[in-house]
Every structure is written in structure tokens, then in C-alpha cells.
Ligand binder design. Structure first.
Ligand code: DX5
Ligand code: ZN
Length: 212
């Protein structure tokens, strides 16, 4: 899933059209409070919705997702992910997202353990394990997150069902195999994709590496 954070914000439509092979478009919403950076919000997501049929995977790095997240589901995003550290009532919020027809995702920063959330994984469609501190693209992949990916995989396997395990941050041809080996099955890549001359070829190559 290419992250459009690394694309040219003045030419988002052409960036989107440059990755037709993508399984989804990952859209990073930042509010300059939860993370020290500001990106885009609901109006831009609504505009993107009008120009593509692709699955929209919204990653909310914002305070008070309980209040703001449902509107992204209403805007037609297929997947909405909020941060565990920011949500006041993650179970209620996940149910609200699902009732609006979206997949519900919950993200964890590198220092946040999965264990405290083990009992509510069944309320989710996706867990996002951040492999950098959220806020910026182009950061170095944190290998220290790999054990948490493996522990999350074990919890999800024990649960059964089909909760996706997504990785975001520093994913590239160098690091994606390590993530897949640890048990991830959905991968976000920003700079690796949009920094390349042929973004769509990178999407295909990364997917092949992850499947190997
Ligand atoms: C970072 C964002 C990521 C970012 C990843 O906070 O959540 O989605 O775009 O960028 P790369 O792949 O360059 O690390
Ligand atoms: Zn992201």
C-alpha cells in the first residue's frame, strides 16, 4: 500500500494514477498535536474519493479520533485506523467505524505494547504496528519492533478470523522480508514507492518480496 505522504501534494491525482497495482492507497492524516507534523484532512480525502475507486486506507495520527474518525468512514474510506494512544474508547470507536461500513484499524507506536489490547483484537479488522515513530516519511526502519510484530501475529492466530497485521514506516526492499517473516501481511511504503522512477514497479516488487 503506497503512502501518498511521499507523493507530490500538488499533483495527488497523477500520483494516485502512477500506482495502479496498489492494493490500497494509504493516506496519512496528521494534526500537529498527536504528531509534530500537519498533512491533510477530510476535504482532501473527499476529493481523493472522487478521483479513484482504489481502497482508501486512512491512518489517523490525530488527537480525539473518537470525535473525528467516523467522518472518514462516511466519506467512503474502506479502512480507518486510529491510534490506541489517542482513543478514549477504542471498542466503541471500532464499532462505530464498522457500523458506518468501514474496516476498523488500530495503530500502535513503537513504545506501545500489544499485550494490553489483546482482549479487544476481535473488535478490529486491522492492527497497525508502527516501525518508526509516527509523524514523518523517510525514517529508518526500527528493528526493535520485530518482536512485537511476532507477538501480535501469535495473538491474532490464536484468535482466528482475518484481522490484517499492517506495518508502516521504513518499509523497503531491504526491510519488507523481515516484516513478512515476523508475521505481517499488509505493508505501507511511502518514500520507497514515490521516490522511485517507476512507482508501480516498486509496488509489484515489494509485494513479491513479501510473498516469498
Ligand atoms: C509516518 C507515516 C507513514 C509514512 C511512511 O508517520 O505513517 O505512512 O508515509 O513513509 P516511509 O515509507 O517513507 O517510511
Ligand atoms: Zn501511515
Amino acid at each position: 500500500m503506497p503512502s501518498i505522504l511521499a507523493a507530490d501534494f500538488a499533483n495527488l491525482q497523477s500520483a494516485i494514477e502512477s500506482v495502479p497495482s496498489a492494493d490500497a492507497l494509504h493516506i496519512d492524516v496528521m494534526d500537529n498535536h498527536f504528531v509534530p507534523n500537519l498533512t491533510l484532512g477530510l476535504p482532501v480525502v473527499e476529493s481523493i474519493r472522487k478521483v479513484t475507486e482504489a481502497m482508501l486506507d486512512i491512518h489517523l495520527m490525530i488527537e480525539d479520533p473518537d470525535r473525528w474518525a467516523p467522518a472518514f468512514a462516511e466519506a467512503g474510506a474502506e479502512s480507518v485506523t486510529f491510534h490506541a494512544e489517542a482513543a478514549a474508547a477504542p471498542v466503541r470507536l471500532a464499532r462505530e467505524l464498522r457500523s458506518r461500513g468501514a474496516r476498523a484499524g488500530m495503530a500502535l507506536k513503537p513504545a506501545t505494547p500489544i499485550e494490553g489490547y489483546a482482549d479487544l483484537l476481535g473488535e478490529l479488522d486491522m492492527v497497525l504496528i508502527m516501525t518508526v515513530e509516527p509523524g514523518f516519511g523517510g525514517q529508518k526502519f526500527l528493528d526493535l519492533c520485530l518482536p512485537k510484530i511476532a507477538r501480535t501475529r501469535e495473538l491474532l492466530d490464536a484468535l482466528g478470523g482475518d484481522v490484517w497485521l499492517q506495518i508502516d514506516g521504513g518499509v523497503s526492499a531491504e526491510t519488507i522480508e523481515r516484516c513478512a517473516e515476523a508475521g505481517a501481511d499488509a505493508f505501507v511504503a511511502g518514500s520507497a514507492v514515490f521516490g522511485a522512477d517507476d512507482p508501480d514497479a516498486v509496488v509489484t516488487a515489494l509485494r513479491d518480496l513479501a510473498r516469498r
